[in-house]
Unconditional design. Structure first.
Length: 277
């Protein structure tokens, strides 16, 4: 039996990248999905391809009425909501703190943090009424450790990770799970700066990349989609309040090949013995 048979999901940022990979996997596993995204042409094409299992709703996640409309569409069509995947995002403003305009700081936080807040806010009442649900938020390894992303983006993703944890504590008694997925370097239009252009350009951009992580490849949208599937499914009914890192080991520290050579060959222990002096 498909893992999500009978379940309904809303996926923000669902028209490309991690979101598209998740939408495709959820539908393959039996779910009905609302694709909530700004990209009307791409989102509508994906929904048409997936047939009766998917609907497209144009959504800019900073706009509360648009986020609510995506949730309402799922309820109007399928009369329930089992998974809210707050995945939409962008890289935000770049640069050192002293150079960042306040309005661009606000926009970055609005998309990455307010957007997640709004998705949770409008999913929770239905999930409480059902006494069940899974909320999944896209965090990042940039919110887990330093130096893995732009400063404002990193701060926003740290907020998403912690908001997921504190909300999990609030909603557990209602049988609602809340978790964050923290991707590492994933080959998507966003990470390769190819948004709005053919996906074939993604492969061109990453083909000569160096991999500074234990698993020597770029992550793929399906790597994250598989974790989202687990968290949306009944296999994860005892998992909540977690920021699950899916990054090929990137956040663990310094690569073995980059570590001090003295660590890489055997040296016998030299025991300090004060009586020998």
């Amino acid at each position: 039996m498909p893992e999500l048979e009978g379940k309904v999901a809303v996926v923000t940022g669902g028209a490309s990248g991690i979101g598209e990979g998740t939408v495709r996997l959820f539908v393959a596993e039996g779910a009905k999905v609302v694709i909530a995204d700004m990209q009307e042409a791409r989102g509508s094409t994906l929904a048409d391809e997936l047939g009766d299992a998917a609907l497209f709703q144009q959504v800019e996640v900073r706009q509360e009425d648009q986020v609510k409309a995506a949730v309402d569409l799922a309820l109007d069509k399928w009369e329930r909501l089992d998974c809210m995947f707050n995945n939409a995002g962008f890289g935000g403003v770049l640069g050192p703190i002293e150079d960042v305009p306040a309005d661009e700081f606000d926009m970055t936080m609005d998309v990455l943090v307010r957007g997640v807040f709004l998705g949770m806010k409008h999913a929770i009442p239905t999930m409480k009424a059902q006494k069940s649900g899974s909320i999944i938020n896209t965090g990042s390894i940039a919110g887990v450790t330093c130096g893995r992303g732009p400063v404002v983006y990193s701060v926003a993703k740290a907020a998403v990770n912690h908001m997921s944890k504190v909300t999990a504590m609030e909603l557990g008694e209602h049988n609602i799970r809340v978790n964050a997925i923290c991707p590492g370097y994933i080959a998507t239009p966003l990470s390769t700066n190819t948004v709005g252009r053919p996906d074939s350009l993604i492969e061109e951009r990453i083909k000569d990349s160096e991999y500074r992580q234990p698993i020597p490849r770029y992550g793929r949208p399906d790597d994250i989609a598989q974790m989202a599937l687990f968290l949306a499914s009944d296999r994860s009914t005892f998992v909540t309040g977690q920021a699950v890192v899916v990054d090929g080991g990137a956040a663990n520290g310094v690569m073995w090949s980059d570590q001090n050579n003295v660590y890489k060959s055997y040296h016998p222990i030299r025991v300090y013995n004060p009586d020998a002096e």
